[in-house]
Design a protein around this ligand. Structure first.
Ligand code: SAH
Length: 222
């Protein structure tokens, strides 16, 4: 049995590592990682591995990303308090909790395709004090027009291209941070920004390996 103080010490150690490696670069992202108990978002048998910098299985063939990858995405998103964010792929809810620390839970909507994960992610968020995050079940490759416009759409599953509905759901200066690649299991992290004229300015970042985004505007289900 791992004691709560052990988790806190492990969390501090991981955050120091992520800062030393340059994955966490800003005090706000660092503070978010300190605030969110990752052990509450992994399966009960994996709690002792919660602060290793590795992806972990969360059931239904899906994984919670490694903390270093999440840190890179959060730094690229450059979120300011009060900005509205749509996360595609709730999974465990961990990434959504970090987003809530950065912009306020009431400004985070997260959409998940698999019903059982949407329920589990929502439960994890509520138990950890992030019940203000809106979790919806549905196909995030279509975005979520009901909550638009968003300052940032951040995807935690990989798509062959930026789904066509996403840019239309962005606010002025809105960003998309998403793994995009021609393979179902390997992508580059893409950072896109909406130009005033409506087109996207696109930058390719680090190679990464996310589970596939399965949906009408992304990969087919089989
Ligand atoms: N952000 C999550 C990572 C989960 S892995 C976390 O912190 O744990 C990616 C998730 O994307 C999986 O749960 C998968 O079911 C979900 N997903 C895949 N395609 C999707 C789609 N079209 N819409 C919404 N979620 C999707």
């Amino acid at each position: 049995m791992v004691r709560p103080s052990d988790f806190a010490a492990a969390r501090d150690r991981l955050v120091r590592e992520l800062v030393a490696e340059g994955d966490i670069r800003s005090p706000r992202v660092q503070e978010a990682f300190i605030q969110v108990p990752r052990e509450e978002f992994v399966r009960s048998g994996d709690r002792s591995a919660a602060y290793a910098d590795v992806p972990l299985p969360i059931g239904e063939g899906q994984t919670i990303s490694a903390p270093s990858m999440i840190a890179i995405m959060l730094e690229e998103a450059r979120l300011a308090p009060g900005e509205k964010v749509l996360e595609i792929g709730t999974g465990s809810g961990y990434h959504a909790a970090l987003l809530a620390c950065l912009v306020g839970a009431e400004n985070v909507t997260s959409i998940e395709r698999i019903p059982a994960l949407a329920v589990w992610g929502q439960e994890n968020l509520a138990r950890s004090g992030f019940g203000g995050v809106t979790v919806v079940q549905g196909d995030g490759s279509l975005g979520y027009p009901a909550g638009a416009p968003y300052d940032c759409i951040l995807a935690t599953a990989g798509s062959p291209r930026i789904p066509e509905p996403w840019p239309r759901q962005l606010a002025a200066q809105g960003r998309i941070v998403a793994p995009i690649g021609a393979s179902r299991f390997g992508q580059d992290l893409v950072i896109a920004r909406l130009r005033p004229a409506g087109s996207l300015e696109i930058r390719r970042g680090t190679p990464c390996a996310f589970v596939p985004l399965v949906g009408e505007q992304a990969w087919p289900s089989s």
